[in-house]
Write a protein that binds this ligand. Structure first.
Ligand code: SF4
Length: 476
């Protein structure tokens, strides 16, 4: 799902900022989860050392990705599972459709999976005559509303219980209520029927381990376990970077993942899956498929500047502290991955030029890195993307930004590296600002090409004396 454009970003951001209900939901989420996650990290016996170790573990996996994926695939195949390497979303979707067609599937249940959002699996299944039912409560709500998730972990955070009550009344035919337990029970009743009659189950993968040859899924609702064990076929889809080398590395990441995602020691349900059910097992699918998706990740992996972004374990902790996400919400980004992670990952996976608002809109405050369980240096990469749009890069198919902008910045760069020229410029500007409209001592409107700066805010006037001048006077 992508609707990325400057127009979309600006319009949706404006709408979000004016939406009091959304603002209060986002503030509630950030006030609750941001500080709680920081406290969870602090209380770890290893403290921040575990986050640094997790970063090393992830970088090691990326450096050895080809061997680790092969090891994983081999182990799953030995247990009777199928592994398919998909180069892009089309190959991944086609592989899934081949299975549903062969099995004559009519109903699919899905565990929460951002990677299936990335490839547009639901739409493809529905077009092919397969009813796809999301089974995570938040995802189910969003699906009933005909929307997309607005947060990686809390997909329906933008909805109030009153809105959900009306939605369930309309779509599920129940009497209106805004009581969360009653709404949850109504959803569960519908979902239990789907679990029991589904032909196929789809899931994502939180992490895979090469040493043991399994994938792991986490949930707090138990829905993923039902979706992957009750139907006769289970298809798991994972981004090719979501793997670690050993069980020990896996353990380190796991201790951080739930803390980053929901400020929990561990999610309620953890499933280790390494193939179809064995003859001795009474439950589990008779057919297991793992789809390992590239979809632009190899290109990122090959670029030393951006490879680090593939350390991400999609916990959403960076969204929970980002001041930009906290105001504009997830739908403004117009893509699957939102917040700081989306502002770096989406441009690299799609088109840097087209997605430039995503990384130019972030504040560079650094809160995302501080709250990231893998200590990913998101601000560095946000800046690197900005530099690419300014200077251009043929490897990423980016042309340098407009000659006018380049000219303005080259003049600015000369000015700030020459004290005399700098002082002269500000003497002129101090004089020139007198003709600009002001209110309460602030400039209301700048002339083009700077007019955008004062569209929604006033600007401080240039002080009558510079800091250096004042400092010299004070010293005297
Ligand atoms: S960048 Fe870090 S905090 Fe953000 S989703 Fe990825 S792992 Fe979580």
């Amino acid at each position: 799902m992508t609707t990325i454009s400057t127009e979309h970003y600006k319009n949706k951001a404006k709408e979000a900022i004016k939406d009091d209900v959304l603002q209060s939901a986002l503030a509630g989420l950030q006030n609750r989860l941001g500080p709680a996650t920081a406290a969870m990290y602090k209380n770890l016996p290893e403290g921040d050392e575990l986050r640094y170790k997790a970063h090393e573990v992830r970088m090691f996996a990326l450096d050895n990705l080809d061997m680790l994926l092969e090891q994983l695939a081999q182990k799953i195949r030995q247990r009777g599972g199928n592994v398919f390497f998909a180069r892009d979303q089309k190959e991944a979707v086609n592989y899934c459709l081949e299975i549903t067609r062969r099995r004559k599937a009519k109903l699919a249940v899905k565990g929460k999976s951002m990677v299936s959002e990335e490839i547009g699996l639901n739409d493809a299944l529905i077009k092919d005559g397969v009813k796809a039912v999301e089974t995570d409560l938040g995802e189910y709500i969003v699906q009933l509303a005909g929307e997309h998730p607005s947060h990686i972990i809390a997909p329906a955070i933008h909805k109030t219980r009153n809105q959900i009550g009306s939605l369930f009344e309309e779509k599920l035919g129940i009497s209106y209520t805004n009581d969360p337990p009653t709404l949850t029970k109504a959803a569960r009743k519908h979902l239990r029927d789907a679990f029991l009659t589904a032909d196929i189950g789809f899931s994502g993968c939180n992490l895979a381990c090469a040493e043991t040859g399994h994938i792991t899924t986490l949930s707090n609702e138990g829905n993923i376990r039902l979706a992957t064990t009750l139907p006769k076929v289970h298809v798991a889809i994972m981004g090719m970077e979501r793997i670690v080398a050993s069980l020990e590395d896996h353990d380190a990441l796991f201790r951080l993942l739930s803390r980053g995602a929901a400020a929990q020691n561990l999610a309620g349900y953890v499933s280790y899956i390494g193939g179809p059910a064995l003859d001795s097992e009474i439950d589990g699918p008779e057919e297991f498929h793992l789809v390992i998706l590239d979809n632009g990740r190899s290109k990122i992996l090959a670029d030393e500047e951006f490879k680090e972004i593939l350390c991400c374990i999609r916990c959403a902790a960076c969204l929970n502290v980002c001041p930009v996400y906290g105001k504009i919400g997830g739908h403004s980004y117009g893509c699957t991955y939102t917040g700081p992670i989306g502002a770096v990952l989406t441009p690299l996976m799609t088109d840097i030029g087209q997605s430039k608002d995503l990384f130019q809109g972030e504040s560079l405050c650094g809160a995302c890195q501080d709250n990231c369980p893998v200590n990913i240096n998101l601000p560095r990469m946000l800046l690197a993307l900005r530099a690419k749009t300014a200077e251009g890069d043929p490897r990423w198919n980016i042309k340098p930004s407009s000659p006018v902008e380049k000219f303005i910045f080259s003049i600015w760069s000369k000015l700030i590296s020459n004290r005399k020229a700098y002082d002269f410029f500000f003497r002129l500007a101090r004089f020139g600002q007198k003709i600009l409209p002001t209110k309460n001592g602030e400039i209301r409107k700048l002339p083009p090409p700077f007019s955008g700066w004062t569209l929604d805010r006033d600007m401080q006037q240039i002080a009558s004396k510079s800091f250096i001048q004042k400092w010299k006077e004070t010293q005297k």
